[in-house]
Structure formats: structure tokens, C-alpha cells
Ligand binder design. Structure first.
Ligand code: CAA
Length: 240
């Protein structure tokens, strides 16, 4: 069955692979972006997936844009909260701005976006929400107190929301990717990245497509008994 799916941060990196995979699975996909206009336009031209620019860290922008998406495309049945940023530095050097930027974009966004669609999903008695967490929310990471806090928060949010909506046909799950070959990981200093890869038993970075196919599975009709779960996709780097 074809559903309307919104992927935040859906024009680059893991999000772009998720948008493509959901389209491939037959869904009507809408991709959100914020910063990189050029990449978003190229993505839209190449895939035919409509893109909408808004800041997931801003509640009013989310309300306005998601209202417009629901009018122009249809009610959102599938939401993938993927948008995220890093501002890596050790805590003793971290500025308030670096802390807040990551918490607002990676954690407050779950409220700002999900709040716009949850009532509709409950009213229709069906919904799929997938939140992209991280290995570093599970285990902590040197240089990422802000990011690890936000991504651990994503897991708590996922479980609580899953409980509240289980009787309404809505599943809420998290995926915790490890180190995936995206711009975000490539921005890590080369020597540090090589040290990290050396800790991955599979011996390589993951691909965005390897995360995307997990999303396709979790949003399927057949995955209706899976809720509140965290699916770990990290090449064996951290087993939980
Ligand atoms: N554990 C213990 N000690 C560590 C360490 C670690 N993981 N990493 C670094 N250190 C130590 C270093 O050995 C060094 O010690 P000495 O001073 O005794 O030599 C000290 O800490 C300072 O390290 P750096 O030289 O790296 O410090 P820096 O200030 O130049 O850089 C940093 C700090 C920017 C945080 C850098 O360490 C870094 O980029 N770390 C990686 C952070 C990371 O993994 N980010 C993930 C981004 S991708 C992502 O987030 C996606 C996802 O979900 C996985």
C-alpha cells in the first residue's frame, strides 16, 4: 500500500538513501531539507521527490510547512526523523551555542515535527515513526557530549511514544547507525576516522543504503508488532 512519507534531512546522506528507498518501495515521499539548497534541488531533479525547506529546530516553521505538505501531498502516515548535525568538541571547550544547536536540531526536532503528525495518525488508526539515533547515543563518544545526549534522548522519546500509541496502530522505533560513509563522518579528521574504522569488526564504514533498507522494513505493514525497538546497524562496533 502506498503511503505518504516525510523524511527530515531527506536530501543528503542517510536521509537521501531513505527517501529513495521508500519511493522504490512504492510510497509517496516528501523530503525536508534546511541548509543546502543546491543539493536539495539536485536531489529533486534526479529523483522526482518533492523537497520542502524548513528548520526542524523551529516549531512554527514545522507547523506551517507540514500543514502545507499535508494539503499538497496528503496526510503523513510515515515519518522518519532523520535530520541531524554535529558540533564536535570536548565538553570543557564546548560553547552554549554548540550545545544548543545540537540539542535543538537533533532532539527538540522530534517534538517539533512529530507533534504535527501524531494526532492525524491517531485519528486514522495507522502510523509509522522511525527515529534515527546513533551508536554514540548508546555508548557515548569522546568529543560528542551534545550529540550523545541528544541521540540517547531519541531512544527515550521512542520508547515513551511507542507506549502511548501502541493501541492506535502506530509503531515508533529507532535505528542506531554506527559509522556510515556520509559527509558527516567524512568531516571527522582523517587520523581519527581511521582509528574508528579499526574498531569496526566488519572492517569498513556502513553505507546509507544499509540503513535505508531497515527503515523500509520497519514502516511495512508486516512490521506492525515491532514497536519501541532500537535496531542497531553498526558493523558489530557496539553490541547491546
Ligand atoms: N578516547 C580517549 N581519548 C581520546 C579519544 C577517545 N576516543 N579521542 C581522543 N582522545 C585523546 C587523544 O589521544 C588526545 O590525547 P593526548 O592529548 O594525550 O594526545 C586528546 O584526547 C585530544 O584528542 P584530539 O587530538 O583528537 O583533540 P582535538 O581537540 O584535536 O579534537 C575532537 C577533538 C574534534 C573531538 C576529535 O577527537 C574528534 O573528531 N573525535 C571524533 C568524534 C566523532 O567520532 N564524531 C563522530 C562524527 S560522525 C557522527 O556523529 C555520526 C554518527 O552518529 C556515528
Amino acid at each position: 500500500m502506498s503511503r505518504v512519507a516525510l523524511v527530515t534531512g531527506g536530501t543528503r546522506g542517510i536521509g537521501a538513501a531513505i527517501s529513495r528507498a521508500l519511493k522504490q518501495a512504492g510510497h509517496r515521499v516528501v523530503a525536508n531539507y534546511h541548509g543546502n539548497e543546491e543539493a536539495a534541488q539536485a536531489f529533486q531533479r534526479e529523483t522526482g521527490i518533492p523537497v520542502y525547506r524548513f528548520d526542524v529546530a523551529d516549531f512554527d516553521s514545522c507547523r506551517e510547512a507540514i500543514g502545507r505538505i499535508e494539503q499538497e501531498v496528503g496526510p503523513i502516515d510515515i515519518l522518519v526523523n532523520n535530520a541531524g548535525i554535529t558540533r564536535d568538541t570536548t565538553f570543557h571547550r564546548m560553547t552554549l551555542e554548540q550545545w544548543q544547536a545540537v540539542i535543538r536540531t537533533n532532539l527538540d526536532s522530534l517534538f517539533n515535527v512529530t507533534r504535527q503528525v501524531i494526532e492525524g495518525m491517531r485519528a486514522r488508526g495507522w502510523g509509522r515513526i522511525v527515529n534515527i539515533s546513533s551508536i554514540n547515543g548508546q555508548k557515548g563518544q569522546f568529543g560528542q557530549t551534545n550529540y550523545s545526549a541528544a541521540k540517547a534522548g531519541v531512544l527515550g522519546f521512542t520508547k515513551a511514544l511507542a507506549l502511548e500509541n501502541a493501541k492506535k496502530g502506530i509503531t515508533v522505533n529507532a535505528i542506531a547507525p554506527g559509522y556510515i560513509a556520509t559527509d558527516m563522518v567524512m568531516a571527522v579528521r582523517e587520523d581519527v576516522r581511521q582509528q574508528i574504522i579499526a574498531q569496526i569488526p566488519v572492517g569498513r564504514l556502513g553505507t546509507p543504503e544499509e540503513v535505508a533498507r531497515c527503515v523500509v522494513f520497519l514502516v511495512s505493514e508486516e512490521a506492525g508488532f515491532i514497536t519501541g525497538a532500537t535496531l542497531t546497524v553498526n558493523g558489530g562496533q557496539y553490541m547491546i
